[in-house]
Structure formats: structure tokens, C-alpha cells
Design a protein around this ligand. Structure first.
Ligand code: KG4
Ligand code: ZN
Length: 338
């Protein structure tokens, strides 16, 4: 018998639903919320309302595209946290009600673990390799920057993390300083393609072990812009490509040096990346080159499975289903990482 699971993601500003059959993704639908762009960041109250409007059409669409009737579903997996509580409540309440109505199990999924499981996602007829345990995952999103030893489907050990801003925040805050829209990572990525990485030099933080820090880098970027604007009010527009390339290159260098150290320290040569920042084109290229030099095998999920999406929730849900790791109706969302 096939195992068919509906995954629901609503942790931040993307409402997403996906259907997975026997570990293969059949559909992955996403409604992003344009409303936040003009505020320069996600407005929690507006996000919850938009989830409420989007959730039924998005789930309906995901089931239709997968050609699956709701009566065929074996379980509902949903994001329990971390995330914005009001946003999580929309997805979790829907998931609970739907599971109860259909008389099928409910599966609560940890959002960050789901990002890692994006590396296991396979579309129909796709046969590319998946990481073997134990592997290292560089998880770089808008809210988190971590190096994780993934020991098996349920055991994760965080061996390094940011002591201040996440890598995604470093991108988004610099983009805001430059007057680029939110979220800024993709815009910096595009401008950087046309720029010189060596025009501006930013200090590299000296953080011990495998931890990260990005706030000093962001501050030096802010001061550079502030000082240069005093001399030339067109400084940003005249230098935007080089600014993006130089700043992005500093972030990439920090990320790559830490994951290389983690591989040396642990002896693990299976390396995966996950989270929205792993969409970054220069990071993907540089990391591929560096991992080849060090005889590591690199796993990079498709871009649509790196940023927030329900396919990764469905994938994580599938692994939990196989272990019969189900949740009670009393389970509640959590906002902070745990
Ligand atoms: O994983 P994600 O979609 O949401 C969280 O769980 O946080 O990550 C969003 C982050 C944002 O900070 C966004 O700017 C960044 O991922 N991002 C990128 C790129 N695409 C998305 N950063 C750099 N380059 C990109 N191409
Ligand atoms: Zn995320």
C-alpha cells in the first residue's frame, strides 16, 4: 500500500502545501505574501491573516495537482515551529482539524529539521544521490545559521551556530541599507553577478570553534556606506554591483571556512546545505569547487526546496510516519527553536 502524506508549512510568510507518495513529491504549492515587501520585513499580524486567506486554496491546489483525493491521505504533517506563533497557529489548527475529520494521524514537524530533509527530496523519475549518515548540514536561513551533524533521521547535533545575526539576516539587512526590496538575499545575489568581489574589503570575524558572527560585518558595511555617502550622494547607485559582490563574498568566505573546519574536525566528508541562503548562486559555485578540492561529496537541494516550502515538511513527515511518530491533538506550536 502507498503512503500518501499532505505537508503544510506556515511558519513565516509563505503558505505552502505539498503531497508526497512513498517519499516522492507529487506537488508543492506555495503562496508567498507580497504584502510585506513595502514594510521592509515580515509583519506578523498581516502574515497570520494572509495564511488564513491562502491555506484552503493552497491545499486544494496541492491535492488537485497531485491528483489525490483527500480520502486517500494517510497522514497530515505540519510545521510545529520554530516560527511566528500566529502564522504557525493557522497551519497547525488546519492540520489538526483536517486530520480529525479524516480520522488519520497528525505529524508535528520541526521546521529546521525539515530544511535538512530537503536534501532527501526526490521528484518523480529523479534518481540523484542522497546523503548517507552521518553527514554535515550547513543550515543557512533567514532566522538560523547552524552546522549540524545529522546522525540519522531523528538525531541531530548542532556543532556550530551564529552568536548574533543569521546569514539570511546579514543579506537582508545589507539589502535594506542599499534600499533593495525585502527579502534582499536574491537581489544581492543578482547584483553581485555583475560586480567585483575585491573592490571593498570587509573585516572577517575571528570567532572561535565552529560558531559564526555576522553583526560586525553588517556594521562595517553600514559605516562604509554612511561615510561614502557624505562624499558622494550617488555612491550606492554608482557602486551597487561591487558593494553586493564584495559583501556577499565575505559572507560566503565565512560560511565555507567554517564548514571546511567542521569536516576536518569530525572527519565527515558528506556535506549538505539547506535553507534560503543556500539558493545563493555564488555560494553554490564556490562550495562545489571547495568541496571537490577537499574530496567531500556535496548535496545541494533544488532552489524551490531550499526556501520555505511544504515539500520538506511532507518529506520529514514521511520519515516520521515510517517510525509511527505521531502527534496528539493537544500538541501546540512553538515559536523559539528547541
Ligand atoms: O529558509 P528561508 O526561506 O526562511 C527561513 O526559514 O528563514 O530563508 C529566507 C532567507 C532570507 O533571508 C533571504 O534573503 C535568503 O533566505 N535568500 C537568499 C537568496 N534567496 C533567499 N540569500 C542569498 N542569496 C539568495 N539567492
Ligand atoms: Zn525556513
Amino acid at each position: 500500500m502507498s503512503i500518501i502524506i499532505l505537508g503544510i508549512e506556515s511558519s513565516c510568510d509563505d503558505t505552502s502545501a505539498a503531497v508526497i507518495r512513498d517519499g516522492i513529491i507529487l506537488s508543492n504549492i506555495l503562496a508567498d505574501q507580497k504584502i510585506h515587501a513595502k514594510f521592509g520585513g515580515v509583519v506578523p499580524e498581516l502574515a497570520s491573516r494572509a495564511h488564513q486567506q491562502n491555506i484552503i486554496p493552497v491545499i486544494d491546489h496541492a491535492l488537485q495537482l497531485a491528483n489525490i483525493n483527500k480520502k486517500q491521505l494517510n497522514a497530515i504533517a505540519y510545521t510545529q515551529g520554530p516560527g511566528l506563533l500566529g502564522s504557525l497557529l493557522v497551519g497547525s489548527s488546519f492540520a489538526k482539524a483536517f486530520a480529525l475529520a479524516l480520522g488519520i494521524p497528525l505529524i508535528a514537524v520541526h521546521h529546521l529539521q525539515a530544511h535538512v530533509f530537503a536534501n532527501f527530496i526526490r521528484d518523480k523519475d529523479e534518481t540523484s544521490a542522497i546523503p548517507s549518515f552521518p553527514f554535515l548540514c550547513l543550515l543557512i536561513s533567514g532566522g538560523h545559521t547552524q552546522i549540524i551533524i545529522v546522525k540519522n533521521h531523528t538525531e541531530f547535533e548542532i556543532i556550530g551556530q551564529s552568536i548574533d545575526d543569521a546569514a539570511g539576516e546579514a543579506f537582508d539587512k545589507a539589502a535594506k541599507i542599499l534600499g533593495l526590496p525585502y527579502p534582499g538575499g536574491p537581489f544581492i545575489d543578482q547584483h553581485a553577478k555583475k560586480g567585483n568581489t575585491k573592490t571593498f574589503i570587509f573585516p572577517r570575524p575571528q570567532i572561535p570553534n565552529l560558531d559564526f558572527s555576522f553583526s560586525g560585518l553588517k556594521t562595517s558595511f553600514l559605516y562604509l556606506i554612511r561615510d561614502k555617502l557624505k562624499e558622494n550622494k550617488n555612491f550606492i547607485s554608482e557602486n551597487i554591483d561591487d558593494l553586493c559582490a564584495s559583501y556577499q563574498s565575505a559572507i560566503i568566505e565565512i560560511l565555507i571556512s567554517k564548514i571546511k573546519n567542521a569536516s576536518t574536525q569530525t572527519g565527515i566528508k558528506e556535506i549538505a546545505i539547506a535553507g534560503g541562503v543556500s539558493v545563493n548562486s555564488a555560494l553554490r559555485e564556490r562550495l562545489s569547487v571547495e568541496m571537490e578540492k577537499t574530496n567531500c561529496t556535496l548535496y545541494i537541494p533544488k532552489a524551490e526546496y531550499c526556501t520555505d516550502n511544504a515539500a520538506m515538511i511532507a518529506m520529514a513527515g514521511y520519515f516520521k510516519f515510517l517510525k509511527k511518530d505521531f502527534s496528539e491533538q493537544e500538541s501546540v506550536p512553538f515559536s523559539k527553536n528547541r
